[in-house]
Design a protein around this ligand. Structure first.
Ligand code: HEM
Length: 148
């Protein structure tokens, strides 16, 4: 069961990446191009939000079922990474996505909606990329574009 969840979490990152990259690109184009905020934009942002929440759920199940929280990280960068750094950075990124989507929903002006998505989703995307780069550094055998 854990193996299936591990592969799902590993592969699902590409769904999150793809949706976030498209959402940020469209939000930047909308912000700087002064475009209207369409129903398609709204749906794209909600799908990106949902994909991140699914990743969070699978991650939380793995975190507790694999017992990362109780492992000692002394002298073990890979354990330290998954026990502390991965969960912290990813949860902050998902909070940014959630807050950005909620804020943008409340706004009425199209450019302000695009700007909010571009900033919040953009920061989340940067944080996720940094977290995965740190994983490649701290955990032997993991690569940025690998699936395990
Ligand atoms: C957008 C958010 C996230 C992304 C993109 C992400 C991505 C990844 C990636 C790429 C791996 C390595 C998989 C592999 O080696 O192929 C991984 C492993 C892991 N992630 Fe996440 N993650 C996210 C959120 C979370 C969260 C919020 C948690 C915990 C609550 C979490 C817990 C874990 C755990 C425990 C592992 C280690 C699994 C193992 O190899 O045994 N992840 N994650």
């Amino acid at each position: 069961m854990n193996d299936i969840l591990k592969s799902a979490h590993s592969g699902w990152r590409y769904v999150v990446f793809l949706l976030l990259i498209i959402a940020v690109a469209k939000a930047l184009a909308g912000w700087f191009g002064n475009k209207t905020y369409t129903e398609g934009d709204r749906k794209l942002n909600v799908f990106a939000l949902i994909s991140a929440h699914i990743q969070l759920l699978i991650g939380l199940v793995l975190y507790f079922s694999e017992g990362w929280y109780k492992l000692s990280s002394a002298g073990a960068p890979a354990v330290r990474y998954f026990k502390m750094e991965h969960i912290t950075m990813m949860v902050v990124a998902i909070i940014l996505i959630t807050v950005g989507n909620a804020k943008s929903k409340k706004l009425t002006e199209a450019v302000a909606k695009h700007r909010t998505i571009a900033i919040f989703f953009g920061l989340a995307l940067i944080l996720i990329i940094i977290a995965i780069l740190l994983m490649v550094k701290a955990v032997p055998g993991r690569s940025f574009f690998g699936v395990s």
